[in-house]
Write a protein that binds this ligand. Structure first.
Ligand code: ADP
Ligand code: SF4
Length: 691
């Protein structure tokens, strides 16, 4: 094993945080995961794996301190009573097992929550409509409420210490998400008592809570403050000047400053709209105002960037949520001189959808994420090969590539055959769209790993037929031949093809992704989105930035609807408007003619014509399963050969996200040759704790 590059030694310095000392500077900041209290074993195992991978501090997601902050249906953490302790004790035990510190982020969400389950009134500095249940208002907190609120923090902190946590946070960040931030913001805090008005007054509650926590548990636990230094709203929100005053006022009170920008979509900036270390200019002032250590995030995956952040006095600890999800072993890889093997986060934010949709988080790059306990999948170790030796994988998209990597890890002899010139399938074609450039890491990481493996043979520009496959000498065949976008408009809205006049021009998505463009640069292009994820907007963005006249039409009420779950939506709206893309919602296509399309309202039949020289339907895909089907049809011909199985995986089985294709490839590799009971679906999660 190579040695650590001395250039990165600084990343492994211990850091003093109040009464605690870290083993290095790698710090997994609090992040949601869709598991929380509902899937506690899965959550705890996932956190433990991060500690094993070298993260010196591993934090929970936000943890509600009281039933008046009920985040249901989201599945985050709670510390409302002693009944919640077993979940926390389990997590702490997993983190401590690897000599890492465990942190907990206490929160009250004020008017952000509507308390769907507990049905308590929401609390806020004043009567404010709740975020998630319009029409329902929060109650303006009385002095007695404020006293209770402080006590809930103290009670939760004492419980957190009993659970074994080393670092206890209070949380005033992510925009309007927390009550303490709501008190800081003059647009919400219109109180006329000593908790409202001047900045000193608006900071009072945060100062009191910090002091309460110090007094209650500060002798043995470090007290951290997570604070958003800028909402990027100018004078309408928290900005640099106010944030500097706040940091100046509280400078030495917390043992650790965890700083970022708000709201969440700016903090967890998708790679389409921001790159590594994107928060540097906003947060760098903090270290000039405090002697306490500072942690910050910036989707750090490059050890050189991390070192420069420390040397340039921006931060002391390398904060990470997404990079630790994509590669829980990132710190160990740097420590062992294997930084080339880091599986870099692509900034797609598939992981954040777990929080929005309340399911266990999944990651495009890391197929084991969320499956550490449920399926016993470890991100580094994998069961050795079974009885058979050789596997042929046809198609090197994300499914085929991941299957090849994981099978080679297991020790199989792997042959990967790809029809095109490059490995990567849809990842290569989609990343021809400039804004999706970082997603190429899905293919690059795996292509590089395969190039290092002696037990993998890769063939490009090699289109295999069923006969060739049958006559080859492999025990197992995986078909990962992908999918193609339809051009007949069949999708969610249209279950039958849309009438298309002969002299009209339809441009297939795959053609655009392969570089084809309308020959006439001034041609009007209409993109019809019945897919509702990222691709239609990325195509619109690309073509508009090339100077083309673009209209985006969708039958949905909003463009790129599903990207609300990936924090891309607001950025997409802004970018497309800046580029002059015309947006038409609530309309479907009823007819395509030369030079125009006829649209109809999805609710009532009010046809309208829109100019469109070229139409690009982004509706649904067809699985490229003909090779698989042919092999099935020829089963009698290969029944007597060495072939034990032919399996269809990824998009050629059922078109889906890149994350699902990677997962399918991994699942295939994990389960090959395993007895059925071992290749089980998943372990059931039963709740821990009492009533
Ligand atoms: P997935 O997301 O399931 O991995 P992709 O569409 O990204 O699917 O990738 C499928 C890959 O399979 C493409 O790169 C395609 O060129 C390749 N492919 C399709 N048919 C064959 C074949 N008969 N032989 C080899 N490669 C193939
Ligand atoms: Fe990064 Fe995407 Fe994985 Fe989230 S899902 S950690 S953004 S690669």
């Amino acid at each position: 094993m190579p040695d650590r590059n001395p250039r990165y030694d600084i990343l492994f310095d211990p850091i003093q945080i109040g009464p605690k000392t870290t083993k290095n500077r790698f710090y997994q900041v609090p992040h949601c995961n869709g598991m929380g209290h509902r899937y506690p074993r899965a959550m705890a195992e996932m956190r433990g794996v991060k500690a094993e991978g070298g993260w010196a501090v591993v934090c929970t997601e936000e943890c509600s301190i009281h039933p008046s902050s009920d985040l249901s249906p989201a599945t985050l953490m709670r510390l409302w009573s002693d009944a919640d302790l077993p979940v926390h004790e389990l997590m702490v035990e997993k983190v401590h097992a690897h000599n890492s510190l465990a942190g907990i982020q206490l929160v009250h969400n004020g008017f952000e929550v509507a308390n769907y389950v507990t049905r308590l009134p929401s609390l806020a500095p004043g009567n404010i409509p709740t975020e998630n249940f319009p029409h329902v208002h929060a109650r303006a907190m009385t002095k007695a409420d404020i006293k209770d609120f402080r006590q809930w923090h103290i009670d939760a902190a004492k419980r957190a210490r009993r659970a074994g946590y080393d670092i206890i946070y209070t949380y005033a960040a992510h925009g309007t998400m927390t009550l303490l931030y709501q008190f800081l913001l003059s647009r919400y805090n219109t109180r006329t008592d000593e908790y409202g008005g001047s900045l000193e007054n608006r900071v009072r509650l945060l100062r009191e809570v910090l002091q309460d926590l110090k007094d209650a548990v500060g002798d043995t636990c470090a007290i951290a403050l997570r604070f958003a230094v800028d909402e990027l709203l100018g004078d309408d929100g928290m900005n640099q000047s106010e944030a500097q005053d706040i940091v100046g006022m509280l400078a030495e009170l917390p043992d650790l400053w965890d700083v970022n920008v708000a709201a969440w979509h700016n903090d967890s900036m998708p790679s389409r709209f921001g790159s590594e270390a994107g928060q540097q200019d906003y947060i760098s002032f903090v270290k000039t105002l405090t002697t306490k250590p500072v942690v910050g995030v910036g989707r750090f995956t490059s050890p050189d960037t991390m070192v420069s952040q420390i040397k340039n006095d921006v931060i002391d600890l390398i904060g990470a949520a997404r990079p630790s999800i994509a590669d829980p072993f990132l710190p160990n890889k740097i420590d062992e001189g294997r930084e080339d093997e880091i599986r870099e986060c692509i900034g797609c934010n598939m992981c954040t959808s777990g929080d929005y949709l309340a399911y266990p988080m999944r990651c495009t790059q890391n197929p084991t994420m969320g499956e550490e306990w449920r399926r016993g999948w470890h991100p580094v170790t994998i069961e050795k090969a079974g009885s058979s030796a050789s596997v042929l994988i046809v198609g090197a998209g994300p499914a085929g590539l991941e299957a090849a990597v994981a099978l080679s890890d297991r020790g199989y002899q792997v042959t990967l055959s790809e029809a095109r010139k490059h490995l990567g399938g849809r990842v290569i074609t989609e990343t021809s769209l400039q804004s999706l450039g970082e997603w190429r890491r899905v293919a690059d990481h795996r292509t590089w790993l395969l190039s290092q493996r002696a037990n993998v043979q890769t063939f490009t520009e090699s289109t295999l037929t069923a006969d060739e496959i049958i006559n080859a000498d492999y025990a197992h065949i995986a078909i990962a031949t992908g999918s193609h976008w339809r051009t007949d408009f069949i999708g969610l809205q249209h279950r039958q093809p849309v009438p298309i006049a002969d002299n009209s021009t339809i441009l297939a998505v795959d053609a655009v992704l392969n570089g084809q463009r309308p020959s006439d640069h001034s041609a009007s292009v209409l993109i019809y989105d019945d897919d509702h994820y990222y691709l239609a907007s990325a195509l619109a963005e690309q073509l508009a930035s090339e100077g083309r006249d673009v209209t985006l039409v969708t039958p949905a009420a909003d463009i790129a609807e599903w990207t609300h779950n990936t924090l891309e939506h607001e950025h997409i709206q802004i970018r497309l408007r800046q580029l002059g893309v015309k947006i038409i919602c609530n309309k479907h296509i009823s007819h395509v003619d030369a030079g125009h399309v006829t649209l109809a309202c999805v609710y009532i039949d009010t046809p309208m014509q829109v100019e469109a020289d070229v139409v690009i339907p982004v509706t649904s895909r067809r699985a490229d399963d003909s090779l698989f089907n042919e092999l099935q049809n020829q089963k009698p011909a290969w029944a007597d050969t060495k072939i034990k199985s032919v399996t269809n995986i990824g998009d050629s089985m059922a078109p889906a996200t890149i994350a699902m294709a990677v997962y399918a490839g991994h699942e295939y590799a994990r389960n090959l040759d395993l007895p059925a009971e071992k290749a089980r679906f998943f372990r059931r999660e039963l709740e821990l704790g009492g009533e």
